[in-house]
Design a protein around this ligand. Sequence first.
Ligand code: WQD
Length: 337
Amino acid sequence: MTTVLVTGGTGYIGSHTCVALIEAGYDVVVLDNLYNSNEAVLGRIEQITGTRPKFYRTDILDRQGLDRIFEENKIDAVIHFAGYKAVGESVQIPLTYYENNISGSVNLYQCMKDHNCKTLVFSSSATVYGAPKSVPISEDFETHTTNPYGATKLMNEQILTDLCHSDEEWTVILLRYFNPIGAHKSGLLGEVPNGIPNNLVPYIARVANGQLEFLRVWGNDYPTPDGTGVRDYIHVVDLADGHICALKYAAEHKGVEMINLGTGVGYSVLEVLHAYEKACGKELPYKIMERRPGDIATCYADTTKAKRLLGWEAKYGIDQMCEDSWNFTVKNPDGIK
Ligand code: WQD
């Protein structure tokens, strides 16, 4: 049996990946400091799979806590989600982001090395591409970040690339997520943002359930079909399955690979809003506002490498993503308790 340590395993993408891992026959150990999630998520994972992952409430900055996990469990691979992830917040408190996302991650990698665990899947982001020169975006495109959060993702990629070049026994898969949305079809797992959501779909969900008055559309003067921003939205369950494919690939290969996880299809803000109206059966109010600083017009993935290397491609379209998001929202108006 292969045992996988999932850091940040009670978070949005982490919890969905735990479900996919258990259903694929892996043993799962979860590490989380519960800064941005809560332990009740473990019970939801158990309700879906029949298995409650072994849990350690640990911070990746706590080296002794990390050592204990590796001493008490034979960890064969790590999927590393733990990290702060709010773009705007990272501009306000950069040192907190660099300490947690860089120092914490290096702590984890050092611990893995010391315990001879040299297989890692890392949660990176399409944000490392900055404003792309063209679309679709492929993995060989230039990288450029415009905020501390994105910088920590790119720095982790560089650290892990250097680590693989220093020791050929390492395997590292850097998964560059586009825009994860949606929820598990059971409605037991989903995205629970802290406070007012920054991201589009969690905000629309709050408008749909009456918690927010209307959607602020950040600009409709972009060079896109309807003037609003275009992004590559990917179902979180497709994203989770991509991690299983990455682990299987890592079991057969050494070295570092960076791979886009997206659908290869771009949808505008208004197209997503209309898809959500279909899902919830209501007309959703919105107002056109000024552009949001730092936003780009269009971003969507070239997905050929994921298909070629991992044999993976996204299965779900925008309607299913919105239906599953709405189902979770209706069943969990106050999040997961
Ligand atoms: C999507 C589109 C907005 C909110 C961010 C991070 C990225 C990744 C995914 C972690 C844009 C528009 C949004 C709203 C709006 N996260 N929008 N009104 O900015 O593409 O990516 O989340 O890795 O790193 O940068 O996602 O959902 O914030 O915005 O009009 O209330 O929706 O302008 O066009 P983004 P988003």
